[in-house]
Write a protein that binds this ligand. Structure first.
Ligand code: HEM
Length: 67
């Protein structure tokens, strides 16, 4: 799974090894709260991405498992 993301946004390949679930959830629910150095504040809101609450739960669990 190496190389997921990395052009527009950060590489998420090993996100679960680098970030905790609280941070991962915040980065999806409120992307402007913290901007990863070297990137623009371009991440769309969950509303724009059409993510439901359960979509977000599933994404957090999936991304936290990427190690
Ligand atoms: C379901 C879709 C998406 C998920 C789950 C997601 C997830 C994430 C996560 C977890 C981070 C933080 C990464 C880190 O701390 O290393 C991040 C950052 C970022 N994402 Fe996304 N992303 C999504 C869609 C997008 C889209 C569509 C764009 C651009 C059009 C985008 C642009 C960015 C950018 C520019 C950053 C870095 C700046 C910042 O910290 O906000 N993302 N994303």
């Amino acid at each position: 799974m190496k190389g997921i993301g990395g052009r527009v946004g950060p590489d998420l390949t090993d996100l679960g090894a680098r970030r905790n679930t609280v941070y991962i959830r915040q980065s999806i629910e409120d992307p402007g709260a913290y901007i990863v150095p070297g990137y623009q504040p371009d991440m769309p809101s969950p509303d724009k991405l059409r993510l439901s609450a359960s979509d977000i739960d599933n994404l957090v669990a999936f991304l936290a498992g990427l190690k």
